[in-house]
Design a protein around this ligand. Structure first.
Ligand SMILES: [Zn+2]
Length: 338
């Protein structure tokens, strides 16, 4: 391993850090990890201007963790990465990273749709970085995270956030270490809240005018399973389940329906206006939300609080939508139907 020290600047060629022998001492391992993270983050972002990443400084002067973050810049020619801690001035130059597994620059982005900025904590972004088996696109979203006023800002589409949530749920499900599982759960909740905070207004609130039943224009405006990417058969199952919730004789007054959106569906209870009220439409009140993560092929269940925010329901991600419907039916804690 060739590591040269120019004055206070660590000059490293990533090719010497790709495969470490089993007996590599811990400090060299940590350094390799830091360099790989630096390469991932820099190549996930744009070349040219320097930016402050979410990566923490790994130095511990006086046995206390340096509070700095890593400022990154990707230089085009020669292709090098320069990095620097914002607090202690620890700095380096990395070369030889092109076409290594840590170079995220040339991976295609599949997701379309508007990307939004969401703010999450350092702990959550650290949990995301530690999540194994992230696909290249999710990896890029995570590593592109930039530090801003004590928060980490991720720029992601709704679809990418769903994918990240799916990975976190799957990871938490398979984790046997309880403390790490709790960290993953916390990260899941935080990311889920942040994600839903940005789309929350799309939920029909009670009293708002849901389209009257049977109105074809409204039905046409609603997304179909094909346009959402939700599995058709699962959507059909949920629709059958909704229909079976209310006996036929009561359906002129109350119905349970499922509203489709990109990557999730919301189960709503709809009520007819009072008989003397001819001007109002049916009301919609959300009961539960089911989110689908396409890569993990997993459904996750959410309950709704009184402010109409959705929260993940314990840990019930399942590939089978029926498992979630059964849980809503049983409602052991009276969280869905009150
Ligand atoms: Zn530092």
């Amino acid at each position: 391993m060739r590591v040269g020290y120019a004055p206070a600047v660590l000059v490293a060629d990533l090719r010497h850090f790709l495969e470490l022998p089993g007996d590599t001492p811990a400090p060299a391992r940590r350094l390799a990890e830091q360099l790989r993270d630096i390469v991932r983050a820099t190549t996930a972002g744009e070349a040219g201007a320097a930016w402050v990443s979410a990566l923490p400084c790994r130095r511990r002067p006086g046995n206390r963790r340096c509070p700095g973050r890593i400022l990154l810049r990707r230089n085009e020619s020669p292709a090098t990465i320069t990095w620097e801690c914002t607090a202690c001035g620890d700095a380096g130059v990395v070369s030889g990273w092109q076409d290594t597994p840590y170079d995220l620059n040339h991976r295609p982005t599949m997701s379309s749709g508007p990307a939004e900025d969401i703010g999450i904590s350092d702990d959550t972004v650290a949990s995301l970085r530690e999540t194994m088996l992230l696909d290249a696109e999710c990896e890029r979203v995570v590593y592109r995270g930039r530090a801003n006023r004590g928060q980490i800002v991720l720029t992601a589409t709704d679809e990418q956030l769903d994918e990240l949530l799916g990975y976190l749920a799957a990871e938490a499900n398979h984790e046997t270490n309880r403390r790490r599982q709790q960290r993953l759960d916390t990260a899941y909740d935080e990311l889920s809240d942040a994600a839903h905070g940005s789309v929350r207004h799309a939920v029909t609130s009670p009293g708002s005018s849901g389209a009257p039943l049977g109105m074809s224009a409204a039905a046409a405006a609603r997304p179909t399973p094909a346009s959402t990417g939700l599995p058709d058969l699962d959507v059909a199952r949920v629709q059958r389940w909704c229909a079976a919730r209310v006996p036929g004789r009561a359906r002129h007054q109350v119905r349970v329906e499922c509203q489709l959106a990109t990557r999730h569906l919301t189960i709503v209870e709809r009520r007819a206006p009072r008989q003397d009220d001819t001007r109002s439409d049916w009301t919609s009140f959300p009961i539960a939300r089911l989110r689908y993560a396409e890569t993990a092929k997993t459904w996750t269940l959410y309950w709704r609080d009184r402010n109409l925010r959705f929260h993940v329901y314990d840990r019930l991600p399942s590939p089978h939508v029926d498992d979630l419907l059964t849980e809503i039916d049983c409602d052991p804690t009276c969280i869905f139907w009150g």
